[in-house]
Ligand binder design. Structure first.
Ligand code: GLN
Length: 488
């Protein structure tokens, strides 16, 4: 079999069952790669080898008893906004620096039950606000393909560890693109599920009507395995959907003959870099060779998705983040005059600049007199955007286009200009507003030899179809097997 760091989850699982190596050896392998490379990447916020190895020993015992499943003994790492019992959950913020989660998030509990082994907690933009992972209190994460470039955000740590093969698979979240954009920048496969598929219980909330936990992996095949274990109804999240559980691996091998791919005119217009466009076009040629047909579709309100998102997401964030007040948990300013002063100083010292900007924007758009002009209008636009997709999906089975307008940019390139930073998510945000599933897969290289991501957006609950498209493409191409230098 291939080496541990390039093997698929299915190959790792087969090797564990065949006793080619133990879960402890597998965990040790990734822990030692982390020790070697994470100094450069800054992708982990917490590791704890004792805890990891204890879980690996338990997995080995389970395998020995013959009670193991497809994910037993496979290591996984979590973006630092998932509560993992006994581990810190900082959310990339100073305000949660010393917060130790007293329980498991629903997804974490599901993956624990499957026998996965926790490798650690991953760096991220503070409260998942950002597109470059430069907004973390714990410092920026570097892109494994080029340490002078960003890995994307906000799940930058998640992308960096999978790209550098410090973990076979990792979890992030996607509120406006935070799994797909870093997947694109780091040459990975990431999938944001339909809103409501995965319980948000135990995830630190950013914008609750948009947030979804998402897998990041080396391939669509690996994504499918993980997604199957992550999904399922949870009564503790009121937006969790009651649906039959689905095996997302079941339809990977269906042929693509006759698949109708919609190409939104608006996603191939000005603002898309030529190198990205070229890579997307050659992926489309490949998909046509597999039997797909392409049709032009239109999403007339696409240009409104960014402004609508930057009203709705900050509005929800301003409300969600009001709980960080120095009273209940987290950081409290050491010196203050009275209660109000304590709140003010705690939040002034505990939150970073971007988080404060969002709280101010959100409070503004929700305030009396502005609510109708901004918040209500943004909600109406949100409906129009969903209607555009509904109409487009009458002409096609999936929508395909670029994930991002550019390849990964240099560190510091956009930190002084928030609007330029927000534009990095121009193609990803609309699917969050509509609640649609969407994924990114590697489809080529652009300038500076950096990876390019192809975005696949499907109708609600079409994850199996999207994974099928992605897997067939990956059977016919090898972009997803390219490795950055540190993983060769
Ligand atoms: N970049 C977007 C933002 O800053 C999206 C972040 C995300 O998906 N968590 O809000």
């Amino acid at each position: 079999m291939k080496q541990m760091h390039t093997a698929s989850l299915a190959e790792l699982s087969a090797a564990l069952h065949a006793k080619q190596f133990s879960a402890v050896e597998l965990a040790q392998f990734f822990l030692s790669r982390t020790e070697k490379f994470d100094g450069d990447l800054n992708a982990f916020i917490s590791t704890d080898a004792d805890k990891t190895l204890a879980m690996a020993r338990a997995a080995d015992e389970r395998i020995a008893r013959g009670e193991a499943g497809a994910l037993t003994g496979i290591p996984v790492a979590y973006k630092d906004l998932f509560c993992v019992d006994g581990w810190r959950a900082t959310c990339g913020s100073r305000i949660l620096e010393n917060f130790v989660a007293p329980y498991d998030a629903h997804v974490v509990a599901q993956l624990n039950a499957a026998g996965m082994v926790t490798l650690g907690k991953l760096n991220m933009d503070e409260f998942a606000m950002g597109s470059s992972n430069e907004n973390s209190y714990y410092g920026a994460v570097k892109n494994p393909w080029d340490l002078s470039r960003v890995p994307g955000g906000s799940s930058g740590g998640t992308a960096a560890v999978v790209a550098a093969r410090l973990a076979p698979v990792a979890l992030g979240t996607d509120t406006g693109g935070s799994i797909r954009q870093p997947a694109a920048f780091c040459g990975l496969t990431g999938l944001k599920p339909t809103y409501g598929r995965v319980s948000r219980y135990g995830m630190v909330a950013y914008a609750s009507s948009l947030d979804q936990a998402s897998p990041m992996a080396k391939s669509a095949e690996d994504c499918a395995l993980l997604l199957t274990a992550m999904t399922g109804f949870d009564a503790r999240d009121s937006t969790s959907l009651q649906r039959e559980t689905e095996d997302f691996s079941a339809r990977l091998n269906e042929p693509l003959k006759g698949l109708r791919i919609g190409l939104p005119r608006e996603y191939f217009a000005d603002g898309l870099d030529d190198d990205v466009r070229l890579a997307i076009e050659s992926a489309l040629t490949e998909l046509r060779a597999l039997g797909a047909i392409t049709v032009e579709v239109t999403l007339p309100n696409a240009a409104l998705s960014l402004p609508a998102y930057y009203v709705i997401a900050p509005a929800e964030a301003s409300s969600n983040l009001s709980r960080f007040d120095g009273v209940r948990y987290g950081y409290r300013a050491p010196e203050y005059k009275d209660l109000n002063d304590m709140y003010a100083k705690t939040r002034a010292q505990g939150f970073g600049e971007e988080v404060k900007r969002r709280i101010l924007m959100g409070t503004y758009v929700l305030s009396h007199g502005y609510y109708d002009a901004f918040y209500l209008k943004a909600q109406k636009i949100r409906r129009l955007i969903a209607n555009d997709f509904r109409a487009a999906f009458e002409q096609c089975d999936v929508i395909v286009g670029p994930t991002t307008p550019t390849v990964a940019f240099p560190l510091g390139d956009k930190t002084d200009d928030p609007v330029q930073m927000y534009l990095a998510d121009i193609y990803t945000i609309s699917s969050n507003l509509a609640g649609l599933p969407a994924m990114s897969i590697p489809c080529g290289v652009g300038q500076h030899d950096m990876p390019v991501g192809l975005q696949i957006i499907g109708p609600w609950f079409s994850e199996s179809k999207m994974l099928n498209v992605a897997h067939q493409y990956q059977q016919a191409s090898d972009w997803h097997t390219r490795l950055p230098e540190m993983a060769r």
